[in-house]
Design a protein around this ligand. Structure first.
Ligand SMILES: C[S@@+](CC[C@H](N)C(=O)[O-])C[C@H]1O[C@@H](n2cnc3c(N)ncnc32)[C@H](O)[C@@H]1O
Length: 268
């Protein structure tokens, strides 16, 4: 049975109340498809039955929230872009004492710690030349469960998609798990932030917001890109997901640095 707009609205209001998360400006067909998949899994024929189920079963409510947020991520996701990110961070650190970076929509922290691994290398490189530079990395997500996992920084070996040699550089082994080393962990601050309504960090040199915008309507995307613009310093960079397209109404705010890897620079 299809989910009507009125039925979806009921769920959106419930999630806003329980989780302080406003799904109104997400693409409704996508939301409906994800809810429908949970209904099929739990053998609920109507939205009414499914909503009754999530009222009485916190575990299923959690599964639904997970299905809606889509937390899939990877270490150094999309290899080629990370060489460019390393170049940008190195150039920015050259004449600054502090480089401020934001991983917006960080899921379970892999993207933010990938940034910390690069930052640590750059910091040491400049330190040997007598130049001290600090990297401040903010990492945020709307999903509190993700943020909690990211703060712990402990990952299943099977989910860490880097070489054995790199694993021993960046992690301490803990049985079948890997704990990110303290020197990387301490470079990142994790917090919950809803891109649709919360205040953004300020004076940023680099923003990564990858594979997040695809879930939002064009109107919300436009607002978010404008907010990014105002939270960035002169000459700062923005990296989006490889399949994401910047709304036409905001593309005058950013110049293209690399279209293939979706790297943009703030137009001042
Ligand atoms: C597919 S993951 C992308 C993770 C990482 N950026 C990457 O590219 O691998 C999308 C993330 O966006 C988060 N997200 C969805 N809506 C959000 C919102 N309104 N504000 C902040 N984060 C949001 C989800 O919780 C999820 O963790």
């Amino acid at each position: 049975m299809p989910i009507s707009d009125a039925e979806l609205q009921i769920l959106i209001e419930k999630i806003a109340l329980d989780h302080n998360w406003d799904l109104n400006a997400y693409k409704w067909p996508t939301l409906k498809r994800r809810i429908k998949a949970r209904m099929v899994e739990k053998k609920c024929e109507t939205p009414e039955k499914y909503y009754a189920l999530i009222d009485s079963d916190p575990e299923e409510y959690k599964n639904l929230i997970n299905a809606l947020t889509v937390n899939y991520t990877q270490w150094f996701r999309d290899d080629s872009v990370w060489d460019l990110i390393l170049d940008i961070m190195t150039k920015q650190a050259h004449d600054k004492s502090e480089v401020r970076i934001w991983s917006a929509g960080c899921a379970t922290g892999e993207e933010a710690y990938s940034l910390a691994i690069l930052a640590y290398k750059i910091k040491n490189f400049y330190s040997k030349k007598g130049h001290k530079v600090d990297f401040i990395i903010h990492a945020t997500d709307v999903d509190e469960i993700c943020i909690k996992a990211a703060r712990e920084g402990v990952y299943e070996i099977a989910n860490v998609n880097i070489s054995e040699e790199e694993i021993d550089h960046y992690f301490n082994r803990k049985g079948s798990k890997l704990a990110i080393k303290p020197e990387y962990k301490e470079m990142v601050t994790f917090s919950r932030l809803d891109l649709a309504k919360d205040h953004y960090p300020a004076k940023l040199d680099l923003i990564l917001c990858r594979n997040v915008m695809i879930y939002f309507t064009k109107e919300l995307q436009k607002i978010i890109f404008e907010n990014f613009y105002y939270s960035m310093k002169k000459g700062a960079y923005l990296v989006t997901g490889k399949t994401e397209v910047m709304p036409v109404k905001t593309n005058s705010l950013f110049e293209i640095v690399d279209l293939e890897d979706r790297i943009f620079k703030k137009v001042n």
